[in-house]
Design a protein around this ligand. Sequence first.
Ligand code: GLU
Ligand code: MG
Length: 442
Amino acid sequence: MTDHRRIRVLWPDHLALARGKYLPAHLAHRGTRHSMSVFTLLYDRDMIPAPGTRMLEGFPDMECTIDTSAIRDGWEEGVGVVIGDLVEDGRPVPFSPRHALREAVAAWEALGYTPKIGIEFEAFVLQRGALDGEGDGGWEPYDCPGSYVYGTGPINDPMGIAESIHDVADAVGFRLESVNTEFDPAQFEFTLEYDDALAAADEAFLFRTMARDVAYEMGHLLTFLPRPLLDRGGNGMHVNLSLVDADGNNALLDPAAADGLSDLAHQCIAGQLHHLPAMGALCAPTVNSYKRLRPGQMSGYWANWGHDHRCATVRVNPERDGSTRLENRMPDATAPIHTVVAAVLTAARLGVEHGLDCPEPETGDALEDACTDQFVADSLGDALAALAADDVFVDAIGRGLVDQFSAIKEAELGKYLEAVGDEASARDEFTDWEKAFYLPYL
Ligand code: GLU
Ligand code: MG
């Protein structure tokens, strides 16, 4: 690690933004402070007095504490980076996403398992359009006419945007497992190596911030919005889960079972499918998310699972070894990564604790028709209602977080409805409202 001129302290909020401050290196050990009412904010800076934000008590502070041993080299020259923890009166701020994830991990550890998580990102690169009689200078898709799925090299990435992100990731020690183009031109996939759940979420959170910074410095916008271009596919953030037992073995395996999966694995699948509608609001939390979560998008719409089946929401990879994992394909990166991982861990654990029965795996194409008629939700409004209705899930992940998150998301949805009418009507359109409200930030 090099000497740092200053430290960039970051922490995840509910909006998938990396909030924080720069601190001089010699003062970083003291941590910093922020108004707790930052949790009232929507993307347009409107404030919603959501539960727990203390907005109507004078916008008081919370602390942001730093483990100085966790400071790592950042991607700005000479600037260290670290994730802060939010604390109020000596106790973790209960609705902070990172705290929710710590609790979700602790609940698994109490059962004797260490959860491992691997995160895959998809994102579009956008470039500035011409500012002339035809163009308004706004963002348009990155021009890469020779691009094809599973592409590499300059034909697929003419300005070297993904390549630069890859170079910086290597330089600062983010462990990328692969980088390639996704299905559509200008769409890229970045897969991170798996790790303990908190470490994986932390690294994904920093990676996402870095990748947007690097692209922006090169004059491009890297957007993780789930469906910014309706004539192209969507951007998911797939979350792979495995569980290691006390002996260090992958607890999803059972060599004696016909499909090689343990009862624990089946119950983890059952929990994720049973609570899928409630997970939707936390893991796919924008109106744009429900333009991606449609049948036929390979994106985790149906409450189904399958063996090496990309149209199943929980996909089990074909290998039966340490890499055997449950890939939840529903989330997208407009959700706070820590909250998403907490939601996956919690739903899976509820499947185990309640002994839920696992349905049969998907055998159909599941593009239009699936083996179930249950699905995540067709709109953010429906997803928020499903979350509110699932007391078991809400109590398990933390009612404080859910109540606050839901309050700001209800307000966000209200603004969309006011501008656009209803969620069904502009399902095949990236509206001006989304362009203004979401695109700069996500
Ligand atoms: N782009 C698809 C999604 O929105 C996933 C494609 C894939 O990686 O299989 O989740
Ligand atoms: Mg992909």
